[in-house]
Design a protein around this ligand. Structure first.
Ligand SMILES: Nc1nc2c(c(=O)[nH]1)N[C@H]1C(S)=C(S)[C@@H](COP(=O)(O)O)O[C@H]1N2
Ligand SMILES: [Mo]
Length: 222
């Protein structure tokens, strides 16, 4: 099995994220995804209605920027591209030129993705993992999954998609370890200013502790 540069396979699928010390956010009774930002009007899609769009299965590894890779996950959902064409494009001004998409979770987590990356063929809005409905650890009720990019792109508990015509500012923009805007795993685009291979050894020492911290969320693959 070939992994992207600097990655190590782990058993199962750790629960991970900036809010690892918090439990997953409670499930809304009728979850919606709000579509906002540079649109002519804000709309709310019922997550339940995703079942009506063409469904896609995707088998892929999942790579965290901290260096662990969960292998052979089976995701199911709709492609972001089909959602974008069907639900977002009709809301845009005819001359609108969207460059970035913000994906926001119920825990207020946000990821910023270039539109061209979000439209990639392997980018899903997923509601099932390994033949089960997505659980709280991995992003219930729905999450973004972009396996060609580091995990921080793949917002869990997705509740809002925001369209932008220019790059939105982020709190980490002056930080030396600011997230890479493209975050492509095969190019090892971990951070904006530091080359991936420089931070690798630091991350490597963290994999053990991260694994222990997220043990509660560990799942064994079928
Ligand atoms: N809503 C939300 N999404 C998130 C995060 C988070 O903290 N909150 N963490 C990101 C990071 S850094 C990673 S590696 C993956 C981890 O996904 P997992 O918990 O399903 O392994 O989720 C990403 N999406
Ligand atoms: Mo991550």
């Amino acid at each position: 099995m070939t992994l992207p540069p600097g990655q190590r396979a782990v058993d199962g699928f750790p629960r991970f994220g900036t809010h690892i010390h918090h439990p997953p956010p409670p499930l809304p009774s009728d979850p919606v995804i709000e579509i906002g930002g540079a649109v002519t009007r804000t709309v709310r899609l019922f997550v339940a209605d995703l079942a009506k769009l063409p469904r896609r299965e995707l088998r892929a590894d999942f790579h965290c920027v901290a260096g662990w890779t969960a292998t052979g996950l089976l995701w199911e959902g709709v492609t972001f591209e089909s959602l974008y064409r069907a639900q977002v494009q009709p809301l845009l001004e005819p001359d609108a030129s969207i460059s970035h998409v913000v994906f926001e979770g119920l825990d207020a987590y946000r990821s910023i993705v270039l539109l061209e990356d979000a439209l990639g063929a392997d980018v899903l809005i997923a509601d099932r993992l390994n033949d089960q409905p997505l659980d709280g650890d991995h992003g219930a009720p729905v999450r973004l999954v972009s396996p060609s990019q580091y995990g921080f792109i793949s917002t869990k508990h997705l509740c809002r998609i925001e369209l932008h015509a220019t790059e939105p500012p982020t709190p980490d923009r002056f930080s030396p370890i600011a997230a890479h805007r493209r975050a492509r795993v095969w190019q090892e685009e971990r951070h904006r200013r530091l080359p991936g291979r420089v931070v690798r050894p630091v991350y490597r020492t963290l994999i053990g502790p991260i694994r222990a911290l997220s043990a509660r969320g560990s799942h064994t693959r079928p």
